[in-house]
Design a protein around this ligand. Structure first.
Ligand code: NAD
Length: 498
């Protein structure tokens, strides 16, 4: 059985707390390893190690820092198959989907390769008599990222690539459920030429998270996970004066207008609702057909597609999706299906009886589809995070728009229509951070920023793109006048530009 410790000072080290958590292979249901859960003292040691290494890294010129990222990209390409298989076996998603997880992270590393340009400041010559003003961006020091199980490659890279490129040292606390890939990423960064201590990985649970949040050396915390924890991390990190950006859960709606191309809309719902077993923060979990006729046409096409979803082990290249991440996740999603039935929603497709032949102990769940879901139901209000799609019928566009607007989450949303006017009105009025127009999963590319609104995001700057450079640097503005310019003697009034 594998034992996964931590990655500190450029190499793997064993955990010393005596506490561990099981790591599953969801497709077989077997425990294949155990991961150490760091104590407060182990987190402290990792932070001290990072703090020692950081000043030299910050003083390394940005082109050289970018070259480490470039070499890391080569290593990611060379190790793609191995990483995808490790990811799929620990998480449960299929290998092609695991490659997507890796690729969306790699794209942020590519963005970070532009760091010499991204860090350029501003300069105003002769802002006053003999006075020049310039601004520069300096790294914060040691920063940390706390990441969820559902994208064990992408989200760590979203966090550490811009932070490290900016000249910070980074403490990564990945999910204890699938720590294998984050550990490999750290190893590959070192192989790419990153100095030891600039990327340390501490595995752990609440104890490690709290140790990070309370540590005075940590200057900023980036979190991704469920909303209650995101809010907790935000409150505790900012209470000790840290910068924090904390991204939470979601309930993403897809509005289907009467003029939508129904085949396209159904394809989109199937992929975005059930891909990765619904364990994506940008999964579509609510379909909102507008008008009865649209709803009936949608259901006619959707039901057979949900019934014929191909569920398989993560290594089956032909599977639509694989198992859920853990037995707890499986039980939780099944409970929600039961809650929906009790609340009076119509369970049109029930995947709870699904058994995967040859993998009877895996955490599989067949696709579930509810019709006639109403906004007062828990299955509508809460994030299920499984292969369960709810259909909420709206009588008109106004009602459809109100649904995502009044929902407590505001991560992603999409509209399917052939009417540019409706799409434009929707994009302008919807109270959600990321909007798709005939695009079901509108995850912005690396050079834009990613972030939800309302209880899907706490803090004011988004992930990756230009916001990430702002988040991981402090702006310093220098107003300078050289002695040759000082000719008029002492000045006692505040200088102005009159
Ligand atoms: P989670 O909240 O259980 O865990 C996230 C991280 O917080 C993990 O590293 C975990 O170890 C830590 N943690 C868990 N409980 C804690 C506690 N009590 N105190 C301190 N730290 C704690 O989330 P998860 O189940 O790993 O991931 C799924 C969730 O993440 C979903 O809600 C999903 O929507 C969300 N998510 C959001 C985004 C986004 O960008 N908005 C992206 C991916 C996932």
């Amino acid at each position: 059985m594998r034992e996964i410790g931590h990655f500190i000072g450029g190499s793997r080290v064993a955990g010393r707390s005596g506490r561990f958590s099981d790591v599953y292979e969801p497709m077989t249901g077997e425990v294949t390893g155990r991961v150490a859960l760091a104590s407060k003292a182990e987190v402290r040691a990792a932070i001290e190690n990072a703090a020692e290494a950081q000043p030299k890294w910050a003083a390394t010129n940005p082109q050289r820092r970018a070259r480490v990222m470039m070499r890391f990209l080569d290593l990611m390409a060379a190790n793609n198959e191995e990483l995808a298989e490790l990811l799929a076996r620990e998480h449960g998603k299929t290998i092609p989907d695991a490659k997507g997880d890796i690729q969306r992270g790699v794209e942020v590393v590519e963005f970070a390769c532009g760091i010499p340009h991204l860090l350029k400041g501003e300069y105003t010559e002769s802002a006053g008599p003999g006075i020049d003003i310039y601004s520069l961006r300096q790294p914060l020091g040691v920063v940390a990222g706390i990441t969820p199980f559902n994208f064990p490659a992408m989200i760590p890279m979203w966090k550490f690539a811009p932070a490290i490129a900016c000249g910070n040292a980074f403490i990564l606390k990945p999910s204890e459920r699938d720590p294998g890939v984050p550990m490999r990423l750290a190893e590959l960064m070192i192989e790419a030429g990153l100095p030891a201590g600039i990327l340390n990985v501490v595995n752990g649970d609440k104890e490690a998270v709290d140790a990070i949040l309370d540590d005075d050396v940590i200057q900023a915390v980036g979190f991704v996970g469920s909303s209650d924890i995101a809010q907790y991390v935000y409150a505790r990190a900012t209470a000790t004066g840290k910068r924090a950006q904390c991204f939470g859960g979601a309930k993403n709606h897809m509005i289907i207008m009467p003029d939508a191309d129904m085949d396209q809309a159904v394809d989109a719902l199937i992929g975005a609702g059930y891909g990765s077993a619904g364990e994506r923060c940008m999964a579509v979990s609510v379909a909102v057909p507008v008008g009865h006729a649209t709803a009936d046409r949608l259901m006619d096409k959707l039901v057979p597609r949900v019934e014929s979803l191909k569920i398989g082990p993560s290594t089956d290249l032909g599977a639509d999706y694989g198992p859920l991440v853990s037995p707890q996740a499986l039980a939780r999603v099944k409970d929600y299906v039961e809650i929906g039935v009790t609340e009076g929603a119509k369970l049109v497709v029930d995947g709870r009886g699904f058994k995967m032949q040859g993998y009877e102990n895996g955490f599989y769940l067949g696709g579930c589809l509810f019709d006639d879901v109403t906004p007062d139901m828990r299955i509508y209000k809460e994030e299920i995070f499984g292969p369960v799609l709810s259909v909420v019928r709206a009588k008109d566009y106004g009602e459809a728009l109100r649904l995502p607007n009044e929902h407590e989450y505001g991560n992603g949303v999409s509209i399917y229509t052939r009417d540019g006017d409706a799409a434009r009105d929707f994009a302008a009025k919807v109270q959600v951070g990321m909007v798709g127009i005939n695009v079901p999963i509108p995850v912005p590319l690396a050079y834009y920023t990613f972030g939800g609104w309302k209880r899907s995001g706490f803090g004011d700057l988004n992930q990756h793109g230009p916001d990430s450079i702002r988040f991981y640097t402090k702006t310093k503005t220098v107003t300078s006048r050289w002695p040759s310019g000082v000719k008029e003697g002492a000045e006692f009034s505040i200088p102005t530009m009159q």
